[in-house]
Design a protein around this ligand. Structure first.
Ligand code: PEP
Ligand code: MN
Length: 262
């Protein structure tokens, strides 16, 4: 589906929850997960096809086959799709398949990629989610976001996904202070990724609630039909029951601030 720039991914009256597996594994996994995402009234399905893994021996993603599955399953459940672009070579291919592009934490300072993604996003009118580099300041993050707009206006959504600190009980340290700071310094929307920040499924709920309370425009959450058998990030992925509970809690919180979850 072609995204119209007017039909922004982020709308002020909504809390937008993008949900789906870390990596696309096969039809059954994505179909069952997307069915849950759709049944919860959400609009965006995430799924990695080109995975930037820390270890070269970990599952690297299904690449273009994964993009095909994402497009098919997204179409089946009328969900818009989000996936990560990892390099300038696959950027144009990725943009053919999905509704929104994601630049990951490891690439926030890959300026050649940002320029390329910005160019493609402008041409194709697709939103770009820019994750914060795990060792980047807010100022560096905001400057990186400007690379996406060099060819023309692109809908850029900032995503705080945790930064590296001395703390080892969580995978990263979720910097929720980034929400009010971004509000002060920029007009860009900001969403929170509690999954990669916390690294453990039982820690996702409280930080999701805190993110919404602090004024985040949305969340990007990893969910899987069968987390214990996931090929990537299963330990931090919500199962269908947990995902349902998350949406229930976020919906009641959102209503307090006059917003709808979608
Ligand atoms: C992801 O969202 O799949 C991902 C790899 O996240 P990050 O870039 O934040 O590690
Ligand atoms: Mn992941």
């Amino acid at each position: 589906m072609t995204e119209n720039i007017i039909d922004n991914l982020i709308k002020k009256e909504h809390v937008t929850v993008i949900a789906g597996p870390c990596a696309i594994e096969n039809w059954k996994q994505l179909d069952e997960t997307a069915k849950v995402v759709n049944s919860l009234g959400l609009s965006y399905l995430r799924g990695g096809a080109f995975k930037p893994r820390t270890s070269p021996y970990s599952f690297q993603g299904l690449e273009e086959k994964g993009l095909e599955l994402l497009k098919k399953v997204g179409g089946k459940y009328q969900l818009k799709t989000v996936t990560e672009v990892t390099d300038t070579i696959n950027a144009a291919i990725v943009a053919e398949y999905v509704d929104a592009l994601q630049v990951g934490t490891r690439n926030m300072s890959n300026f050649a990629l940002l320029k390329k993604v910005g160019e493609i996003a402008f041409k194709k009118k697709k939103p770009v989610i820019l994750k914060r580099g795990w060792a980047s300041s807010i100022k560096e993050w905001l400057l990186a976001s400007e690379y996406l707009n060099l060819k023309g206006d692109v809908e850029v959504i900032l995503c705080e996904r945790g930064i590296r600190t001395f703390e080892t009980n969580t995978r990263f340290t979720l910097d929720l202070a980034a929400i009010p700071v971004i509000r002060k310094l920029s007009k860009l929307p900001i969403i929170i990724d509690p999954s990669h920040a916390m690294g453990q499924s039982d820690l996702i709920m409280p930080m999701s609630r805190a993110a919404i309370a602090a004024g985040a425009d949305g969340l990007i959450v990893e969910t899987h039909n069968d987390p214990s058998n996931a090929l990537c990030d299963g330990q931090q992925s919500l199962d269908p029951k947990e995902m349902k509970e998350l949406i229930k809690q976020i919906t009641s919180l959102a209503s307090v601030i006059g917003k709808k979850v979608r």
